[in-house]
Design a protein around this ligand. Structure first.
Ligand code: MV4
Length: 448
């Protein structure tokens, strides 16, 4: 087992990883920017190293500084957390070249899934259903028009280097396609330095269903069920739940085993997530995330398994030690992401926390690095806390969520807490009747 892990991240996820390390008797090294000198992830870690100025590019993305911090502290392994270095294949390689263990998937798997065209071609080859469309990159306008004639409209043009919704353009007809094709390529070139695009049939009202996976270095893969992440605003997830209220037991079993079987054929190692769109009873793979995710928590709540501990064990070469049949699914879990931003305009609201009371009690979990007096820097993501509830049924989880949201006090900054209160009062949400369009429509309808 590792004796010391460097956590190359900040905020709630750095704390989350620290907690798993602490339970396993592993010492932790925090890295931080000058803006985070007083951060909770630095306070709790056994050691800390300042790796640069506030700008993420010069600190949390600063490869030489992170590797130097690992060297001088004598860390055995590096956990990248979420974002920053987590899906950087070159960094994963450098970590290993410098003699540290990378707690994550192989650089090869990170690379394959980082290119959405290669990812799609790879999983199609392994038998996963995907959205009908181009078989690969679409290199010319003529080719795009030919696909339009073959598949019909509406179509969606996506950037190969995209993901997370960046660089997508909808086309309603051939004229729209000509325009969207050029626009999409231009935007992709500007955003990613790669103007490769591909085309899919546009699904109008799907749900976003993703499956949590874990693979070990011995070819074993298990899944931890699905999460419904349809409630998003501008491609940022807002509220997630597991299991999905939109699937029955047969559909649930189908998407779970499809994902696990594909990951097994890939030889996938570590934590990963396969994302699907679900419409009219069909699942379509869209992307795979080769990292831990912010919403891994709700899969932990319904299975009782610590996914970060498992990631660490797997990185040592240990086998999973259990199979799919050993994973027991119990109850329902919901996560609300609390951001330091206005719940009406969504403008960021950094500043000092004045007055902090976190809810607790049965079935309530808070993953947050907040404390009273903490100053939220303006340099990073606005996620400040995750409120996670668990209940034996969806109704029990909702009952606890309503109570916990009422109890939560985060003073001094604006947060999205009121948005969550409004969402969970809606009958569509209570009925589990929503898709990827629902939240933006709800916000438009209720805030004008
Ligand atoms: C789609 C789609 C409709 N049809 N693909 C958005 C982010 C990226 N991961 C994939 N995305 C979508 N791909 C086809 N063929 C609609 C979306 C989409 C979306 C997906 C999941 C959750 C929220 C979303 C919001 C807008 C668009």
């Amino acid at each position: 087992m590792f004796e010391k892990i460097l956590i190359a991240n900040r905020g709630e996820i750095a704390l989350r990883i620290h907690r798993a390390c602490r339970e396993m008797g592993i010492a932790t090294v925090a890295v931080h920017s000058t803006a985070d000198a007083d951060a909770m992830h630095v306070r709790l870690a056994d050691e800390s190293v300042c790796i640069g100025p506030p700008s993420a590019r010069e600190s949390y993305l600063n490869i030489p500084a992170i590797l130097t911090a690992a060297t001088i502290t004598g860390a055995d392994a590096i956990h990248p957390g979420i974002g920053f270095m987590a899906e950087n294949a070159q960094f994963a390689e450098m970590v290993e070249e410098h003699g540290f263990t990378w707690i994550g998937p192989t650089p090869e798997h990170i690379r394959i899934m980082g290119d959405k065209v290669t990812a799609k071609q790879t999983v199609v080859g392994l038998g996963l259903p995907t959205v009908p469309g181009s078989d690969g990159p679409v290199g010319s306008l003529e080719e795009a028009v030919e696909i339009g004639q073959r598949f019909g409209f509406p179509l969606l043009i996506k950037a190969a280097a995209g993901g997370g919704g960046k660089g997508m353009k909808v086309a309603q007809d051939v004229d729209g396609l000509r325009e969207a094709y050029q626009l999409a390529r231009g935007e992709a070139r500007a955003a990613f330095g790669n103007d490769q695009v591909y085309i899919e049939r546009y699904l109008a009202r799907p749900r976003h269903i993703e499956v949590q996976l874990l693979g070990d270095a011995h070819g074993n893969v298990v899944h931890f069920g699905e999460r419904d992440c349809s409630l998003q605003r501008r491609h940022q997830k807002v509220l997630e739940e597991a299991p999905s209220p939109g699937l029955n037991a047969t559909q649930r079993e189908r998407v779970g085993s499809l994902a696990a079987e594909t990951a097994r054929r890939l030889g996938y190692r570590s934590a990963g997530t396969m994302e699907f769109l679900y419409e009219d009873g069909e699942f379509y793979f869209i992307e795979m995330n080769t990292r831990l995710q912010v919403e891994h928590t709700i899969s932990e709540m319904i299975t009782g398994i610590d996914l970060v501990r498992e990631q660490i064990r797997i990185a040592t070469g240990a086998p999973l030690g259990y199979g799919q049949k050993d994973i027991r699914f119990e109850g329902h879990s919901i996560q609300c992401r609390l951001n330091a931003e206005s719940s009406v305009t969504f403008m960021p609201s950094p500043g000092r926390i004045e007055g902090y009371h976190a809810p607790g009690g049965l079935g309530v979990r808070i993953d947050s690095a907040l404390y009273d007096g903490y100053r939220i820097p303006s340099n990073y993501d606005s996620l400040i806390a995750k409120l996670i509830v668990h209940g034996s049924t969806r109704n029990e989880a909702l009952m606890r969520l309503r109570r916990a949201l009422e109890e939560y006090v985060i003073g001094g900054v604006e947060t999205t807490l009121p948005l969550h209160q409004r969402i969970i009062a809606e009958s569509d949400f209570l009925n589990g009747d929503y898709d990827i369009r629902w939240l933006e429509r709800f916000i438009a309808r209720t805030t004008g």
